[in-house]
Design a binder for this molecule. Sequence first.
Ligand code: SF4
Length: 67
Amino acid sequence: MPNGKPAGVRCVQLTDDLRCMLFGMPERPVFCGTLQPNEQMCGASSDEALHILTLLEIETRPEGPNP
Ligand code: SF4
């Protein structure tokens, strides 16, 4: 995704079983390789992580949280 991944758009490198096709490869974006999981972002389960990340995407989209 040469122009970046817009909020709400699935990364083209994400497999159907939610794995990164670039994991461990130099082509993987630096941001992806340096992002450290934490409880504030991930919660205590994958369901909670998806909920929190969905809210973060809504709150940070370019057109604002209430377009
Ligand atoms: S880690 Fe980065 S490159 Fe890999 S699937 Fe997620 S967003 Fe895409």
